[in-house]
Write a protein that binds this ligand. Structure first.
Ligand code: PHB
Length: 571
């Protein structure tokens, strides 16, 4: 497929005269990075976007400043922070918040995977996954896009298509018969297209739609739509299984009654949607506009203010309080509220909205054209790729940065049984007698990271591990008294760090802090390890604890964003 000009809207139209060029170009760079699974050299970005090198450079420095990407050597790399754009869509559409728990309960009850997807033009985009994957090779991520004809949900949406929608679908299907434009699905010719119109008609008749291996061999699904008061499908709920357990038919027979009950309950749960909550006033002085002005003053021409401002317009739709401007927004906003939430002048906010509408990231509410809302297309800005990052992958660049500052090795570990296990590591010189790599295990009781992790456990779990563990002296300094270890863990919980000197190995000092998930649970520990001969423990505390804490806080900030609508895998 030939790629459209980077300035063209999703439908290929030229931008309107008020459109903000830098915002269009910045989003083109983000899309190219997303399509390349989050990493691309600057040279490749120049070629792919057909933008001037100096333009791409300025986009990259602006997006580095907003925290949406980082530069690694010659590559630009998307960061988890970028997921705040997709989070704004997911919170504003309310589907994961309102229907997610019902989908999870259905998946538990059926012991099969359940997903929620929304229509995105002639595609289908996933907004929630309750995964029970067993024999399956393929799992869609939140934000992944399917061609409507592949999979169960699309026929439910197409059942309502008009002639124009079908024309657009036929054109796309003819231009891209192998679905090369849909990186989330296995490529290759299927007969999914040939039968699509009949399946859409059948879905209209029956109220359900089946996927008999339209995506890949073995994968079967049945879906029903959750409808609004007017009967239009808001989203589709799919129950997904594998031919090793079910044929498409036996799956349908087994799950349809419960699926029907679930979508009815979901339609009920959606009823309050559409009632707008009054927006809270923006927090004084913290509006994104003042932040972008300060960045402009600091970075000069390398900071493209209109790009940064345009992106803050997307986050203004986030319904949660405490987004960039401290604004508790609502799902559908008039121009005035977008301007208020972002601190932008009305004219600036208006041009950003016009630009975002041109690119299909914003649309008008069907019931009131003065109201703007986000479209699921916002998720194409890297969300699917970033939602697949594991905790070690999220952590690694932060450890690299820490090691660059302190010049000692840094690691992350998690509890695994009664041991700690390394899941990420950035070494400098080797000071251990054993070579620590990802996967290395040590007894938790004798390590700083282990003590941080034990201190973070609920009392009974901690007690259980300690009761099982034989506190062996690994060096002359190892604490082997259970009572003393208990005191150390209590202090660790209070102080939020642990320093261990030569208890695991002579000559080795380690200082560790906890990493918390969104609920405040300790899920990992990060440490810096160094030679005990280099200065006093107090020296290590003074010099290493502050940067280590900053690193943990950055990892936790990423977890906050990345874990809001999806589960972050531990590794
Ligand atoms: C999925 O959620 O993975 C899924 C949904 C519908 C399908 C196939 C897979 O038709």
């Amino acid at each position: 497929m030939s790629s459209p000009s980077p300035t063209a809207g999703a439908a290929g139209a030229a931008p309107p005269p008020e459109a903000v060029g830098p915002l269009i170009r910045g989003l083109a760079v983000l899309r190219e990075l997303a399509a390349a699974d989050g990493r691309r050299s600057v040279g490749d970005l120049v070629r792919a976007t057909r933008l001037a090198r100096s333009t791409v450079d300025r986009v990259i420095s602006t997006l580095s400043r907003t925290g949406y990407l980082r530069v690694e050597g010659r590559d630009a790399v998307l960061t988890p922070r970028l997921m705040e754009l997709g989070n704004a869509y997911l919170s504003s559409c309310r589907l994961p918040d309102l229907l997610g728990p019902l989908a999870d309960a259905l998946a538990d009850g059926l012991d099969e995977s359940v997903s929620i997807a929304v229509p995105d033009r002639d595609g289908v985009r996933f907004v929630h996954q309750a995964t029970r994957r067993r024999a399956m090779s393929l799992t869609f991520r939140i934000g992944d896009l399917l061609p409507a004809e592949r999979g169960a949900p699309g026929a439910l949406f197409a059942a309502r298509w008009g002639e124009e929608d079908w024309r657009r679908w036929r054109e796309r299907h003819a231009a891209d018969p192998l679905d090369a434009g849909f990186p989330a699905v296995p490529h290759g010719r299927t007969d999914a297209g040939a039968s699509f119109e009949e399946r859409a008609a059948a879905a209209r008749e029956q109220g359900w739609s089946a996927d008999d291996q339209l995506i890949e061999p073995g994968l079967v699904a049945v879906a029903m739509a959750v409808r609004d008061a007017g009967g239009a499908p808001v989203c589709a709920v799919s129950v997904v299984s594998h031919t090793s357990r079910h044929s498409a038919r036996s799956l349908r027979e087994a799950v349809l009654p419960r699926l029907r009950d679930a979508v009815e309950a979901m339609a009920d749960a959606l009823k309050p949607v559409g009632q707008r909550r009054p927006a809270a006033p923006p927090a004084a002085g913290s509006a994104p506009a003042s932040w972008t002005r300060a960045s402009k003053q600091e970075l000069g021409p390398e900071f493209v203010e209109s790009l940064a401002r345009g992106l803050t317009v997307l986050t203004a739709f986030d319904t949660a309080a405490g987004t960039q401007g401290g604004h508790g927004g609502s799902a559908e906003l008039p121009l005035t509220e977008v301007a208020e939430a972002t601190g932008l002048a009305r004219a600036t906010a208006r041009r950003a909205l016009i630009t975002l509408e041109h690119l299909d990231y914003v649309e008008r509410a069907p019931h009131d054209a003065r109201l703007h809302r986000l479209t699921p297309r916002v998720l194409e800005l890297g969300f699917a790729h970033l939602s697949g990052l594991t905790l070690p992958q999220i952590t690694q660049p932060h450890l690299v940065e820490l090691v660059g500052r302190v010049h000692d090795s840094a690691s992350m570990a998690v509890l695994s049984g009664d041991d700690i296990q390394y899941v990420a590591r950035v070494p400098t010189v080797r000071i251990m007698s054993v070579n620590i790599t990802v996967g290395t295990r040590f007894p938790a009781y004798a390590t700083a990271m282990g003590r941080v992790l034990l201190a973070g456990l609920p009392g009974p779990e901690r007690a259980g591990i300690l009761a099982r563990t034989e506190l062996q002296p690994l060096t002359l300094h190892t604490v082997t008294s259970a009572a003393r270890l208990g005191d150390i863990l209590d202090r660790a919980a209070r102080d939020g760090y642990v320093l261990v000197d030569e208890e695991l190995e002579e000559g080795l000092r380690s200082i560790a802090v906890p990493v918390h998930d969104r609920t405040g649970r300790v899920v990992a520990a990060v440490n810096v390890s160094l030679h005990a001969g280099r200065g006093t423990p107090e020296h290590a505390r003074e010099n290493l604890l502050p940067p280590l804490r900053e690193t943990a806080a950055r990892i936790e900030a990423d977890i906050q964003v990345a874990g809001r609508y999806g589960r972050i895998a531990m590794g």
